[in-house]
Design a protein around this ligand. Structure first.
Ligand code: ADP
Ligand code: ASP
Ligand code: MG
Length: 409
C-alpha cells in the first residue's frame, strides 16, 4: 500500500463529466488500497476569467485582493471532486490551502511555500478518507490568502508529496507525458519515458509549461518521485523524472526543446564604458523585482558601449520606465525596447560530452533566415533570443535538425 499524491490540471477537471472521470480514476487507486491525496486546479479558463474580471474593476489590481479573487477557482473544484467521490461511495474531504495550512511568505501572486502542516491530512488518510486539496493557494502567517504563480498547482502537488513523504507524485494533464517539445507546436514530438531532473528543470525554466519550475525544484530538493501522465488515457506509464544521469547507456545529446514567447528586449545605447555601469543599469531593475535573463555588453572603441538584456514581457512598461531614468542618470544616449521577442532553447545532458551543438543550432536557424539576437548557454542548454514571429518555425527546424522526431535506439 502506497501513499500517492495525484494532481489534476485545469483541462482534466474542465467540466462536471471530467470531474466524475477523475473521481473514477481516484476510486480505482483507492480500491487497490493506496492512500490518496488529490490536488486539483481550477476548471480550465477559470483563473484567466477571474484575472480579467479583477482588471475590469481595477486596472492594476491590488495584489492581496487579486489573490483573494483568483484563488476561488480551486475552491470550486475541490468541493465538486469530493462530492463526485462521495457519490462513488468513497469518504472524501476537501481542504483549501489555509485549511491544510500550506504556509507561504506574503509575496502575493508569487508566494513561496514555507511549511505544510500534515497532521489533519494524515488523520484523514488513516481513516481511509481521500484528501482533496486546492492547488495554487496558501496562507501567510497572518492569515492572508496567497497564490503560488500561474501553474502553481503542480507545486502544491509536489510540496504535499514532499511533506507527506509520498511514494510518488503523479501529475495528470492533457498530454501523456513530457515530450521532446510542445506537441502543439510540433506534432512529430515524441513522448519521453524518462527525463533527468536537471533537464526537466531547464525545460521548465525555459518555458515548457507542462510542469511549473518550482514544482521541479521541490522534487529535486526533497527527491520526490515525480511522474507526468494523461488524465484522458487509462494505459501508459507517462514520463518519470529521474535523478540518475546514467539511466540510459547512450543518452541522446539533446533531450528537448523549450520555447517561451513572453520575452522583451531592452538596449541602453551609448553607455559610458566604466566600472560599475552594469550595476547602475541592472540594480534598479532588480530592486523592482524584475527578472533579467540574457545580458550582452558590447565593447565599443569610442569609450561607449551598448548594453542589452531580456526581461519578461509582463514587466515591459515598468522596465522601460526604470531605464528612462537610469539613462539620464548615467548619461547614456538612448533606450531601445522590443516587446515581441521569443526565446528558444535546446536542452540535453549529452551536451556535456559532445561538441558542435551550438554550431548546428546556429546553422539551422541561419538556413531559415532567422536572426539570432542574443545567446546564452549553460552546461546543458543553449538559448537564443529571436523575433517572436519565428518561434514555431525555429522549434520545428531545430526539432528536425537534432533528430528528435526519430525514435532513439
Ligand atoms: P495543466 O492544466 O494540466 O496543468 P498545462 O497546460 O499547464 O496543463 O500543461 C500541459 C501543456 O504543456 C500541454 O498541453 C502542452 O501543450 C504543453 N507543453 C509544453 N511543452 C511541453 C513538453 N515538452 N511536453 C509536454 N507538454 C508540453
Ligand atoms: N489555476 C491556476 C492557473 O491557471 C493554477 C494551475 O492551474 O496550476 O494558473
Ligand atoms: Mg499547468
Amino acid at each position: 500500500m502506497a501513499l500517492i499524491v495525484q494532481k489534476y490540471g485545469g483541462t482534466s477537471v474542465g467540466n462536471p463529466e471530467r470531474i466524475k472521470n477523475v473521481a473514477k480514476r481516484v476510486a480505482k487507486w483507492h480500491a487497490q488500497g493506496h492512500k490518496l491525496v488529490v490536488v486539483v486546479s481550477a476548471m480550465s479558463g477559470e483563473t484567466n476569467r477571474l484575472i480579467t474580471l479583477a482588471k475590469e474593476v481595477q486596472a492594476q489590481p491590488d495584489p492581496r485582493e487579486l489573490d483573494v479573487v483568483i484563488s476561488t477557482g480551486e475552491q470550486v473544484t475541490i468541493g465538486l471532486l469530493s462530492m463526485a467521490l462521495m457519490d462513488l461511495g468513497i469518504k472524501a474531504r476537501s481542504y483549501t490551502g489555509a485549511q491544510v495550512r500550506i504556509l507561504t511568505d506574503s509575496a502575493f501572486t508569487k508566494a513561496r511555500i514555507q511549511r505544510i502542516d500534515e497532521e489533519s491530512m494524515r488523520r484523514d488518510l488513516d481513516e481511509g478518507c481521500v484528501v482533496v486539496v486546492a492547488g495554487f493557494q496558501g496562507v501567510d502567517d497572518v492569515g492572508n490568502i496567497t497564490t503560488l504563480g500561474r501553474g502553481g498547482s503542480d507545486t502544491t502537488g509536489v510540496a504535499l508529496a514532499a511533506a507527506l513523504k509520498a511514494d510518488e507524485c503523479q501529475i495528470y494533464t492533457d498530454v501523456d507525458g513530457v515530450y521532446t517539445t510542445d506537441p502543439r507546436i510540433v506534432p512529430e514530438a515524441r513522448k519521453l519515458d524518462t527525463i533527468t531532473f536537471e533537464e526537466m528543470l531547464e525545460l521548465a525554466s525555459l518555458g515548457s509549461k507542462v510542469l511549473q519550475i518550482r514544482s521541479v525544484e521541490f522534487a529535486g530538493k526533497y527527491k520526490v518521485r515525480l511522474r507526468v501522465l494523461s488524465s484522458f488515457q487509462d494505459e501508459g506509464e507517462g514520463t518519470l523524472i529521474t535523478f540518475e544521469d546514467d539511466i540510459k547507456m547512450e543518452q541522446p545529446i539533446i533531450s528537448g526543446i523549450a520555447a517561451s514567447r513572453d520575452e522583451a528586449k531592452f538596449t541602453v545605447v551609448g553607455v559610458p564604458d566604466r566600472p560599475g555601469i552594469a550595476y547602475q543599469i541592472l540594480g534598479p531593475v532588480a530592486e523592482a523585482n524584475i527578472d533579467v535573463d540574457m545580458i550582452i555588453q558590447n565593447v565599443g572603441s569610442d569609450g561607449l558601449t551598448d548594453f542589452s538584456f531580456t526581461a519578461p514581457r509582463g514587466s515591459f512598461d515598468r522596465t522601460k520606465e526604470i531605464l528612462t531614468s537610469v539613462c539620464k542618470h548615467i548619461g547614456a544616449r538612448d533606450i531601445r525596447a522590443d516587446r515581441s521577442m521569443a526565446k528558444v532553447s535546446v536542452v540535453g545532458v549529452g551536451m556535456r560530452s559532445h561538441v558542435g551543438i551550438a554550431s548546428r543550432m546556429f546553422r539551422t536557424l541561419a538556413e531559415e533566415g532567422i536572426n539570432i539576437q542574443m545567446i546564452s548557454t549553460s552546461e546543458i542548454k543553449i538559448s537564443v533570443a529571436i523575433e517572436e514571429k519565428y518561434l514555431e518555425l525555429a522549434v520545428r527546424v531545430l526539432h528536425k535538425a537534432f533528430d528528435l522526431d526519430v525514435v532513439q535506439g
